[in-house]
Ligand binder design. Structure first.
Ligand code: NAD
Length: 291
């Protein structure tokens, strides 16, 4: 059995999987592969699947399956698995880090010091304590973030039409209610027809003036142009963003927008998470081989 590791996984994984078959990262051998391991980079669309006549199992290390054509895979009898439980802490910690970095002007403070400037009077920080965090999509990652925000003395509210209650957040029935009252809005939804472009010129009007936005969910759930305009006008005081229209983004108005804190899709990229993903991948392959 040939296992193709198509994207970045923990460097110890090939050794651990070698007992199940031959391991390669040579993408030109896709046609021979029975199992393909992907993260978000490889796009398993119809064309990809048609080039892989031996493919039986696709394992997505991570949560989002928007880079896999699930219907086409099913029609071709290909099993698709992900590792949703592995990444929650890693992504929640990044969302919290972005929220803290953006409200404390960490990039600007650092860069100005590196340039020999002293902006002590200019840089005014804002405390998280006592502020309201609005979480859009309170699943695994949203809940881990809510837990951390409560520990910092924040009030946590959430909008999620598929969730009735949550231990750490007060559920609100509409998106508008969350946007109207949140000092920080953090996005943790999958990319679907409903969530695509959810934060746009119209919904941005519902934000409190000077609110902060954080997105570690999916890039296309915001309209970048509209968010860049809101940053320029001051409607948004800052935006911490980890997710983009493409990895890397080709041309984004956010690159030069004020008060941005940007990370290159690092949400899942902790050492600990890559190890956890590797353990789950091994378990899935073991079950596949022994079934
Ligand atoms: P999850 O399924 O546990 O939670 C997602 C939540 O979003 C669910 O509770 C769902 O009900 C809710 N939701 C769906 N549609 C909604 C809508 N229209 N409005 C409001 N809420 C809606 O998933 P998770 O493990 O918490 O992951 C969330 C997302 O985070 C993933 O789908 C993925 O896109 C993203 N993610 C990003 C990274 C990263 O590296 N930045 C890593 C992992 C996951």
């Amino acid at each position: 059995m040939l296992i193709l590791i198509s994207d970045a996984f923990d460097s110890s994984l090939p050794d651990k999987l070698s007992k199940y078959g031959e391991i390669t990262d040579d993408k030109s051998r896709l046609a021979e592969a029975e199992v393909v391991l992907i993260r978000s980079k490889t796009k398993v669309n119809a064309e990809y699947i048609d080039s892989a006549p031996n493919l039986k199992l696709v394992i997505r290390g991570g949560v989002g399956l928007d880079n896999v054509d699930l219907d086409y895979a099913k029609r071709k009898g290909i099993i698709v698995r992900n590792t949703p439980e592995a990444s929650s802490i890693a992504v929640a910690e990044l969302a919290f880090t972005l929220m803290s970095a953006v409200t404390n002007h960490i990039p600007k403070a650092h860069n100005s010091m590196a340039e020999g400037k002293w902006l002590k009077k200019e840089l005014k920080r804002t405390e998280l304590y006592g502020k309201t965090l609005g979480i859009l999509g309170i699943g695994r990652i949203g809940t881990e973030l809510a837990k951390r925000a409560v520990a910092f003395g924040m009030k946590v509210i959430a909008y999620d039409p598929f969730v009735k209650s949550n231990e750490y957040a007060e559920l609100k029935p509409t998106l508008k209610e969350v946007l109207n009252t949140s000092d920080y809005v953090s996005m943790h939804m999958p990319l679907t027809d409903d969530t695509e472009g959810m934060i746009n010129a119209e919904t941005l009007k519902e934000f409190k003036d000077g609110a902060f936005l954080i997105n570690t969910g999916r890039g296309k759930t915001i309209v970048e142009e509209d968010v860049a305009d809101a940053l320029k006008s001051g409607k948004l005081a800052g935006f911490g963003n980890d997710v983009w229209y493409s990895d890397p983004p080709k041309d984004t108005p956010l690159r030069n927008a004020p008060n941005m804190v940007m990370t290159p899709h690092l949400g899942a990229s902790t050492k600990e998470n890559l190890l956890r993903i590797g353990e789950i991948v091994e378990r899935i392959i073991s079950e596949f081989v022994n079934k």
